[in-house]
Design a protein around this ligand. Sequence first.
Ligand code: ATP
Length: 471
Amino acid sequence: MANRTKGRPDHPGGRYSVPRVSEAVSMEKIVALCKRRGFIFQSSEIYGGMASVYDYGHYGALLKGNVKAEWWRSVLQERDDVVALDAAILMHPRTWEASGHLAGFTDPLVQCLGECKKRWREDHLREDRPEGELRCPQCGGELTAPRQFNLMFETHVGPVAEEGSTVYLRPETAQGIFVNFKNVLQFARKKPPFGIAQVGKAFRNEITTQSFIFRTYEFEQMEIEFFVPPAEAESWHQRWMEDRMRWYTDLGLRPDHLQLRPHGTDELSHYSSATSDIEYLFPMGWSELEGIANRGDFDLTQHAEYSGEKMDFVDPGSGERYVPHVIEPSAGADRGTLAFMVDAYDEEEVEGRERVVLRLHPRLAPVKAAVLPLVNKDGQPEKARAIYEELRRRIPAEFDTGGSIGKRYRRQDEIGTPWGVTVDHQTMEDDTVTLRDRDSLGQTRIAAGELVAELARRLHDPWTTPKLTTG
Ligand code: ATP
């Protein structure tokens, strides 16, 4: 049997961390689990599938929904200097001229002139070979000279594709925030430093898509544009980097699988004066999870120039007039979901049998508790169903009667359900149930009437959970 750690470890800083048995996980295992348990499917599978486009099934939709909900909780509920926005995907085309995306949102594309004719991002190939001639990584063929390829998807509004009807699927949610800056300033009764947050779809015609949901054509971003007096930009950049790192570790990502990497000057986007990426150690290596940029006054100044509207702020106290600078923590909801799954994935042997377990933070887990009758007779299913119906009014729960109890536990372990509630013969006598902990496998008996309050409490503060006694 593997050296599974029983009980909970100490948790410095109150962050959620559960020791894993297996350290490394391959992307193949994550993809297989996602398919097996209906988290994520290839898009349009019945037609042979569309590469790099994915659909979220039941548990995947719940998990990603929880990632977004935790993000909203931390940026809105737990602070009072950020307001919400939900802007449209389509925007006036001038937006993209002003933002610099029409001219500058490009990646260097090279194509293989040899056998495979594959296309590559030259900057990615340069990471392994900073100087000298590049060859095709697939077939060793010669490559074309790089040409700049714009990543925006173009479409048309109205029945005829004519001049002036071209619009773009937004490649980032940020611009919806900038063009609403004045509206928010007027209605939200905020003044810098304050932020506008939104979650929404973004689209990029990526040259190379890769690694499951890591890089796709269509994805969701969770972005904050935080407007600050110019002199405070650097200190707010620093604060946001710390806050965002803490968000990931509080939700269970191992700190040694996270790093903050400042961009070199040659890497900076056209709008940025400083950017640091939060990187996660994905199965394919360290890769960006979130970018935290100091965008200066670039965006507001550009929109002021292109729209003719003033975008500056006049401090009612001091009378000072300035264009706020912007700090932008920009996270991917899909990449986040992938990182939480990768980090939570574990395999261990329990009583001679292999189990796959997703050690997700309880608040991220798609289902919080599964109510299972030990046997499908003697009134146990009816009793379990009644308990489940009570529980689901407060927390997302499942009721499962299909298969042996061991099989049902395994199913719940694989989708990361933190608590199992088992109804057995004793329940029928004294109205207590067994509460099983996903990670420690410890079991306690608890009065059925106390279950709702106990689980709701654990969900909000998992670290005050009393030590479990193994039974
Ligand atoms: P990369 O260097 O990986 O292409 P980027 O630096 O272009 O990413 P940003 O423009 O900073 O990415 O976007 C912010 C966040 O949006 C990223 O950190 C990532 O989480 C997410 N994101 C960007 N592009 C994609 C994509 N094609 N698929 C999934 N998520 C993405």
